[in-house]
Design a protein around this ligand. Structure first.
Ligand SMILES: *[C@@H]1O[C@H](CO)[C@@H](O)[C@H](O)[C@H]1NC(C)=O
Ligand SMILES: *[C@@H]1O[C@H](CO)[C@@H](O)[C@H](O)[C@H]1NC(C)=O
Ligand SMILES: *[C@@H]1O[C@H](CO)[C@@H](O)[C@H](O)[C@H]1NC(C)=O
Ligand SMILES: *[C@@H]1O[C@H](CO)[C@@H](O)[C@H](O)[C@H]1NC(C)=O
Ligand SMILES: *[C@@H]1O[C@H](CO)[C@@H](O)[C@H](O)[C@H]1NC(C)=O
Ligand SMILES: *[C@@H]1O[C@H](CO)[C@@H](O)[C@H](O)[C@H]1NC(C)=O
Ligand SMILES: *[C@@H]1O[C@H](CO)[C@@H](O)[C@H](O)[C@H]1NC(C)=O
Ligand SMILES: *[C@@H]1O[C@H](CO)[C@@H](O)[C@H](O)[C@H]1NC(C)=O
Ligand SMILES: *[C@@H]1O[C@H](CO)[C@@H](O)[C@H](O)[C@H]1NC(C)=O
Length: 549
């Protein structure tokens, strides 16, 4: 046993002592979360979607707590052979087990698409749910990802039939890609598909079409759909809703606007980006079918939705008439790794974050690149100070603005409470964005290339979240990232409770008393009074970064 195994066992022993779900406070377990994360990286080839940690996000704050559940087979971590988590499944067309892909298949599920463009087993979180032993990662087959995605193979390829997986259950999302005769009945949340390609495995799938699988609170707010596959079109004729009342000539994408929708961070990481990677390739010729009706969301993102689809969305839940398509995707694509937010994995997608940002710039008519300070005689670089109205507000925004002006910036102070299109313009007109950790920082997607993001961390142990939610994503967006962690004295909590109070000294102790308590203290009651002398070097650094590009 390695040291990590032992350490992990200790954590497990503590966390899994009873057959109960034990809520772990957020702050207290950042360390163990980091550890689990490291472990997952190390053990990833053998790990089904991160079996032990579920994250929950509060709708208002964009912050999480950890929940550890007993049910999820910690021993899978220890044995490379024990990859039995039912969490990760793929239904693919059959292959045999000897690495040669042929049409004469046994029923071993296989995996398609990987970090490179060749057909091989992904070393990411999406492993087949069983048959790991019989799986060999060194296939020589050379079928491009594009072919695998489109399901098209020319003669002479090793593949003789389509080998596109039909239903996929990955770490963070599940989706079915159906082509053939597909009929959708909203009222019963059923998709019937007589598909053209061969398939093996289950013919009935339950799918929640929202890309934050593993997050119980979010997924509880997502309607579950039943996808029934058949190769026999006659079976469709016998179904109660067989008759096509509305036939559509374009493909459809069915997705949910439940979950954490209307939280800006989640809107992008769970819906907008996945929707983009799923639907962009149709070039507008795609019908969106929305489950968990939410007209406010459609209105909030109307420009984006219009860019992706030439048709008005259909709220499908109440539809009693059968809608028919020849191609439907139920659910959305998402980066296959569990802890990746606001990110597209270009090896798993036709698109990258650069493509996504270019798409946003086209959609909202934005400029491409930040100014350099060399140009600054003509135009001073602008800094956006993101203000917040109720919680984690800047006590001294005026002083911050003055300091920024002294450094050489033109200052814009704004709160992200206008419409997306208008705020996108505001953000995009700036070269630096500074804000306290929170969903408002998601607006970094609208910053021009090479701009700088400054994230301010309140007290309470936000390092890991700050990194996962904004620092790592900013790098994928070709932005520069700076961080400023406040000292306890800069938090209003000190004024309120005193320097020696447990709340200031030991956030983890507060976290142990429960999520609501933690949230109310650090996310709601805490405002930030920045020490200008400490902040100023960060502003100077941002200014200098704009010169270097
Ligand atoms: C794959 O198929 C080729 C030709 O059909 C055969 O020569 C080779 O031995 C097979 N590979 C394996 C690993 O079975
Ligand atoms: C497929 O497998 C079956 C039984 O395993 C065998 O009878 C048949 O000849 C195989 N077909 C091809 C094309 O290899
Ligand atoms: C894909 O496989 C081919 C042939 O095996 C190889 O030449 C090529 O470098 C591979 N591509 C990648 C991206 O690994
Ligand atoms: C996946 O494989 C690629 C190439 O083999 C490697 O560079 C990468 O680090 C691997 N990723 C993980 C998470 O193991
Ligand atoms: C995979 O198959 C190749 C060729 O059949 C073999 O040399 C290799 O040892 C196998 N790898 C594993 C991990 O079984
Ligand atoms: C697989 O690729 C390796 C190296 O490219 C080659 O030596 C081997 O013969 C190939 N095996 C098959 C079955 O094509
Ligand atoms: C098929 O579905 C059942 C019930 O959902 C599940 O228990 C079983 O593991 C699935 N089998 C495969 C091969 O996916
Ligand atoms: C469909 O219904 C017809 C008549 O009711 C029956 O003969 C046929 O077997 C049914 N087909 C299926 C696939 O159930
Ligand atoms: C934080 O600042 C906001 C806005 O000024 C204010 O409404 C709120 O009461 C402040 N909260 C605390 C705990 O000071």
């Amino acid at each position: 046993m390695t040291e990590k195994d032992l350490l992990y066992d200790t954590i497990l022993a503590r966390s899994f002592s009873k057959n109960e779900q034990k809520r772990l406070g957020y702050g207290a377990f950042i360390a163990s979360l980091l550890f689990v994360f490291t472990l997952c990286t190390v053990f990833k080839p053998f790990l089904s979607p991160l079996p032990i940690v579920e994250l929950q996000l509060s709708v208002d704050a964009g912050l999480r707590m950890l929940r550890v559940t007993e049910s999820q087979k910690p021993q899978a971590l220890r044995s490379s052979n024990d990859v039995t988590s039912g969490d990760s499944e793929k239904l693919a067309i059959p292959t045999n087990q000897d690495n040669n892909i042929t049409s004469n298949a046994t029923t071993t599920p296989t995996l398609i698409s990987s970090e490179d463009n060749n057909l091989s087993v992904s070393n990411e979180t999406s492993l087949p749910n069983n048959h790991f032993d019989s799986f060999n990662c060194t296939t020589n087959a050379t079928i491009s990802k594009e072919q695998a995605i489109s399901g098209e193979f020319s003669k002479g390829d090793i593949m003789e039939e389509t080998m596109k997986p039909i239903c996929n259950k990955l770490a963070r999302t599940e989706f079915c890609e159906l082509s053939g005769d597909v009929r959708i009945h909203g009222k019963s949340a059923t998709v019937l598909a007589a598909i053209t390609s061969a398939f093996s495995g289950n013919s009935t799938w339950q799918v929640k079409p929202y890309a934050r699988k593993g997050d119980v609170a979010a997924m509880n707010r997502v309607r579950e759909w039943t996808v029934k596959l058949t190769q026999n079109a006659d079976q469709l004729e016998n179904a109660s809703f067989s008759r096509c009342v509305k036939s559509h000539s374009v493909p459809a994408v069915l997705f949910s606007l439940g979950g954490y929708s209307m939280n800006n961070f989640h809107d992008f990481t769970d819906i907008v980006i996945p929707l983009y990677t799923t639907a962009r390739r149709f070039n507008g010729e795609v019908q969106f079918l929305v489950t968990n009706k939410n007209p406010s969301w459609i209105n909030k993102f109307k420009e984006t939705v219009r860019s992706l689809s030439n048709y008005d969305v259909i709220y499908i839940d109440e539809e009693d008439e059968t809608h028919c398509f020849s191609s439907v995707i139920v659910g959305l694509h998402r980066h296959p790794e569990y802890f990746k937010e606001l990110t597209i994995d270009p090896s798993n997608s036709e698109y990258s974050m650069s493509d996504f940002r270019r798409f946003l710039r086209d959609t909202y008519s934005l400029r491409n690149a930040a100014v350099t300070t060399r140009q600054s005689r003509r135009r001073r670089p602008r800094i956006l100070i993101l203000s917040r109205g109720r919680s984690r507000a800047f006590v001294n925004a005026g002083e911050i603005a003055r300091a920024a002006r002294q450094v050489g910036f033109k200052v814009v102070v704004a709160e992200a409470n206008t419409g997306v299109a208008s705020f996108a313009q505001t953000v995009n007109s700036c070269d630096v964005m500074l804000g306290v950790h929170g969903a408002g920082l998601t607006n970094m997607v609208f910053l021009p290339e090479n701009a700088v993001v400054i994230q301010i961390l309140p007290i309470g142990g936000f390092e890991w979240l700050a990194k996962t939610d904004f620092e790592d994503p900013s790098k994928g967006m070709n932005l520069r990232y700076l961080e400023y962690k406040i000292a306890p004295e800069e938090s209003t909590l000190v004024r309120q409770y005193g320097r020696d109070h447990e709340i200031v000294r030991d956030p983890s102790a507060v976290a142990k008393r429960g999520w609501e308590m933690f949230k109310s203290v650090y996310l709601v009651q805490q405002n930030v009074s920045v020490d200008i002398n400490r902040l100023k070097p960060v502003l100077v650094k941002a200014f200098e970064l704009l010169r270097r590009q």
